[in-house]
Write a protein that binds this ligand. Structure first.
Ligand SMILES: Nc1ncnc2c1ncn2[C@@H]1O[C@H](COP(=O)(O)OP(=O)(O)OP(=O)(O)O)[C@@H](O)[C@H]1O
Ligand SMILES: [Mg+2]
Length: 314
């Protein structure tokens, strides 16, 4: 069966809107649903790396791959959880904006670096955590992607911020990456009670229609505590409001973005989240090879996913 890997950039030039939290928890919830996931941390702050329980390590990031010094297989790290892998970030990536800005292939550098892994089909989803700027790292991430997911907060001037990033998406689509889609917009840190919140959500829904995910992520203290424990909240406290909403969001995301599991009918968002709690792999599986998981029994038409270390070079 044909395997297709979707590359999704999670991006917003505005800082602190919940990009990394969404990367970490969407990836975790997808991996618990037996989707093979690779998170690529492209932000030198390395919050996604830390949030997935890994330390920063010199030489283990996309940076040496972009320089042509390492093969991408050598920087893919397993996490404690099955199906969930990460290319960590390191501080050297901070220099990438200046250093790579003069490269001729700068727009396609992330795409070229990820190509062997994408073509191998080893992962269902490759999720890119972008830094909060419209610089070269974010731009080349969008060039590498099939879709862009934009987390935003429901606050004053949200539409202005959206116009900036959707403008960038349009420009990239019109030039280097015609297949780039706006995957969707997800509201984060929502305070359901506030009048302004509902007004902003309605305004964005009126403008972007179905591109706005039904699921919204509430502000929830467990979500903000989880990074310090190096564990996604969907694993740390699966029954918390934040975890439940990220699991429901992952269902909605999977339904909109089918990969190898196209044949499996999507479970409606409302009934899906409580039915099958997301849990980390049992302790005994903690050392399992990254992404060596065989798809669930119900996914019998799908082939097992090879470990990234078996990824052939393009
Ligand atoms: N649903 C939530 N409830 C409570 N706190 C949250 C929630 N989502 C994110 N946060 C917190 O808000 C802060 C910013 O979130 P996050 O780091 O995900 O944003 P970001 O867009 O990646 O930021 P940056 O632009 O700096 O990369 C973090 O401290 C995070 O723990
Ligand atoms: Mg971030």
């Amino acid at each position: 069966m044909e395997r297709r890997t979707k590359i999704i950039a999670i991006a917003n030039q505005k800082g602190g809107v919940g990009k990394t939290t969404t990367v970490v928890n969407l990836a975790a919830a997808l991996s618990a649903r037996k989707r093979a996931v690779l998170v690529v941390d492209l932000d030198p702050q390395a919050h996604a790396t830390l949030g997935l329980g890994l330390e920063k390590q010199q030489g283990i990031s996309l940076y040496p791959v972009l320089l042509g010094e390492k093969a991408i297989e050598d920087v893919i790290q397993p996490t404690k959880w099955n199906n969930l892998n990460v290319i960590p970030s390191e501080v050297d990536l901070a220099g990438a904006e200046l250093e790579f800005g003069i490269r001729e292939d700068r727009l396609e550098m992330v795409k070229n670096a990820l190509a062997p892994v994408k073509e191998s089909g080893a992962f269902d989803y490759i999720i890119l955590d972008c830094p909060p700027s419209l610089g070269i790292v974010m731009t080349s991430s969008l060039v590498a992607s099939d879709g862009v997911l934009i987390p935003i907060q429901a606050e004053f001037l949200a539409m202005d911020g959206l116009a900036l990033i959707t403008g960038s998406i349009e420009r990239i689509r019109a030039s280097v990456n015609p297949s780039l889609e706006l995957n969707g917009i997800v509201f984060t840190m929502v305070n359901g009670q506030a009048r302004l919140t509902q007004d902003v959500i309605n305004e964005v829904r009126n403008h972007f229609g179905e591109k706005v995910y039904e699921t919204t992520i509430p502000r929830n203290v467990r979500v903000s505590e989880a990074p310090s424990m190096g564990t996604p909240v969907v694993f740390l406290d699966p029954r918390s409001k934040g975890a439940e909403s990220y699991k429901a969001f992952a269902w909605e995301f999977m339904a909109k973005n089918p990969t190898r599991f196209d044949a499996v009918p999507a479970v409606p968002v409302a009934s899906a989240a409580p039915a099958e709690p997301v849990a980390p792999a049992p302790a005994g599986d903690a050392e399992a090879a990254p992404c060596a998981e065989v798809p669930a029994a119900s996914d019998s038409s799908s082939a097992p996913v090879p470990a990234p270390t078996e990824t052939p070079q393009a």
